[in-house]
Ligand binder design. Structure first.
Ligand SMILES: [Zn+2]
Length: 240
């Protein structure tokens, strides 16, 4: 086995593993952000609904005070009736009582409507509270799971970084430049296994003459279609 080729295969293997772990980290981070975002959106809605309920309760208290005031006004009018001395005063008090009664009826109606709103709103708030409490519990479990996956992937990445540093020592500079250039332009691997005469990078058939050369694993061969460095996995030592 050509030593340069073996070093590149080894490096590619490590880089592929690194890529896999990086994807896991990205997906886990996205999942965690999703869980947190969802929960925080729900909590915001819940807070808004609680505020609405509080302000409706405030409306209720203010309407109750208005009702008390109009009741007091009516009581005063009744007292005044005993002290009137002429027809004109009587007419004025009658008018005041009539107006007060109208107000009272309208306040009572408004109070009922407010109470209905409070009833609906507090039921909604209670339901949301239960939902959020359940979802928070679920989220704790999911977040813990994600954290475990994240930390395992991070550990693997750390040990892969050490391995990679070691592997890089075996690759000569010009091949490394080529390797990086191909990896960057293809967005995945620079070194591909040839199986059943097919390039593992671009999945095109390797011409028979080149395929025979690749099978020997004794020099650097490149796929004529995608330019990836080809090797034959069946004769690669098991450790690599
Ligand atoms: Zn190819």
């Amino acid at each position: 086995m050509n030593q340069s080729l073996l070093s590149l295969v080894n490096l590619q293997k490590i880089d592929t593993e690194i890529r896999k772990e990086e994807i896991i980290i990205k997906e886990t981070t996205d999942a965690v952000n999703g869980i947190r975002g969802n929960l925080s959106a729900k909590e915001n809605t819940f807070a808004e609904e609680k505020n609405l309920l509080a302000s409706t309760e405030k409306d209720l208290r203010s309407k109750e005070r208005q009702l008390e005031d109009v009741n007091a006004q009516m009581a005063k009018c009744r007292e005044k009736i005993y002290k009137i001395t002429n027809q004109k005063e009587l007419a004025a008090i009658d008018e005041e009582i009539k107006e007060a009664k109208k107000k009272k009826a309208s306040y009572e109606e408004e109070l009922l409507a407010i109470m209905e709103r409070i009833d609906t709103s507090s039921k909604g708030v209670n339901t949301k509270e239960k939902e959020i409490s359940q979802e928070s519990k679920d989220a704790v479990g999911k977040l813990a799971e994600s954290e475990k996956i994240f930390s395992e992937a991070s550990k693997k990445l750390e040990s892969l970084a050490v391995k990679k540093e070691e592997a890089l020592k075996g690759v000569d500079a010009s091949l490394l430049t080529e390797y990086r250039r191909i990896a960057k332009s293809k967005g995945d691997c620079a070194v591909a296994a040839m199986r059943d005469g097919i390039c593992g990078g671009c999945h095109m058939a390797v011409p028979p003459k080149l395929a025979n050369e690749v099978k020997k694993n004794d020099q650097i061969n490149r796929c004529e279609n995608c330019a990836r460095i080809l090797y034959y996995p069946d004769t690669i030592p098991a450790d690599n």
